[in-house]
Design a protein around this ligand. Structure first.
Ligand code: SF4
Ligand code: FES
Length: 385
């Protein structure tokens, strides 16, 4: 337990800091969890400010820093920022697409003490992967990047976001992870925030495909015990109970955007009534303890029924606030992914219907695009789908 400010009650320290260094990215994945309004380069924090934020994070008790984006290696100062993590004793995880300038910077990142690499792969078949990522010739770059990561002896995690465009490749992702020498594979079914929410109908798999993918992962976990760890994130809309999103609101994670806004989760900006603080105005410790956005849904006092009296309320913390807002129109509602939510049946029906339709074209992630008009209204209990 760390005391955050002299007068604040003691709070557990955040474990992780997601440092979204930039929203710039060579890929254009339609499931990106970044906001629809992406920050521009001109608004990004400078090197010294990031270094100060990392120093404050270490003092606060943060253990892991996820250097993310967009594509974090698009920053010219990624090596300096990584070096700062190492000097502060922060475990650094580079979350990268492995394309663009990533390979050219990898050795320097290793030299200054990078601890871990998480590489995204959009598909197994190159043409499919490059269609999903919206970038030609990405796959060979990713493979060359992965090869160098393992040559350097850095631990490698592959991240595959699963949806109807690649769910037939789950076995292939597992084989690919073994071939590339990864120690860990994330089979992460798409979570519908940000760009994924806009593209939901294009991405939603059907229940039979989801169940099959889970069986494949479970069998592979047995087969590859001791060789490959496989993390499985199941799709919310078909779940019985929701996930503890971000480990519970304001409990484990801080997310700093490229412009320095500090969020309790990556999609929190969709909750318009929240007041977010910036690292340029407040210390990280002050934000963690006192920012209205962090205190809004911390703990259980804010909960409504059925969460309020549910014995799982300190396990999943009511699920995801951003999903509750998107689907129920109220960020304090029970996450409709929960089978105890009055909207749950509707959410399942919606997923089933979308998965049965011919998928629309992807709306690719782009800086400066105007896709707000594509965002769906929340469901309500009475209205038809
Ligand atoms: Fe979790 Fe709330 Fe559902 Fe209970 S009712 S399982 S606390 S989301
Ligand atoms: Fe915001 Fe789940 S993404 S609480």
């Amino acid at each position: 337990m760390n005391a955050i400010t002299p007068n604040a009650p003691a709070l557990p320290a955040p474990v992780g800091l997601l440092a979204e260094l930039t929203h710039r990215c060579p890929l254009r994945c339609p499931y990106c969890s970044n906001p629809l309004e992406l920050d521009r380069r001109s608004g990004e924090l400078d090197t010294a400010t990031w270094q100060r934020v990392l120093t404050e994070a270490a003092a606060l008790g943060v253990l892991h820093v996820h250097l993310s984006g967009g594509e974090p290696t698009a920053r010219n100062d990624i090596v300096e920022i990584t070096q700062t993590c190492a000097k502060l004793g922060l475990y650094s995880n580079l979350i990268t697409s492995g394309v663009g300038g990533a390979l050219a910077k990898l050795d320097a990142l290793y030299d200054v003490g990078l601890d871990h690499v998480q590489l995204s792969v959009q598909g197994v078949d190159a043409a499919n992967a490059e269609k999903i990522g919206g970038l030609k010739n990405a796959q060979p770059q990713k493979f060359a990047f992965a090869e160098r990561v393992t040559q350097l002896g850095l631990p490698l995690t592959l991240n595959s976001v699963i949806h109807r465009g690649n769910i037939h490749e789950v076995e292939g992702f597992i084989d690919l992870a073994v071939t590339l020498g990864a120690k860990r594979l994330e089979v992460a079914h798409t979570q519908y925030y940000g760009w994924a929410y806009v593209n939901r109908a294009a991405l939603m798999p059907n229940k039979a495909e989801v169940d099959r993918s889970i069986r494949i992962v479970e069998a592979a976990r047995e087969r590859l015990k001791g060789q490959l760890v496989i993390d499985l994130v199941v799709p919310d809309y078909y779940a019985k109970y929701p996930k503890a999103c971000a480990g519970g609101w304001g409990r484990k994670l801080m997310n700093v955007t490229p412009a320095g806004k500090v969020l309790p989760c990556h999609a929190a900006e969709t909750i318009k009534q929240l007041e977010f603080w910036y690292v340029t105005d407040h210390s990280l410790g002050d934000i963690w303890a006192n920012s209205p956005a962090f205190t809004a849904y911390r703990g259980t006092d804010w909960m409504q029924e059925p969460c309020r009296s549910c014995d799982r309320r300190e396990k999943d913390w009511g699920g995801c606030r951003c999903q509750a807002l998107a689907l129920a129109g109220d960020a304090a509602a029970t996450d409709p992914a929960c089978s105890l939510s009055p909207l749950h049946a509707k959410v399942r029906d919606l997923a089933t219907e979308e998965a049965a339709e011919t998928p629309p074209d992807y709306t690719y992630r782009t800086i400066g695009s105007n896709v707000q008009s594509n965002v769906r209204s929340p469901l309500n209990e009475e209205a038809p789908l």
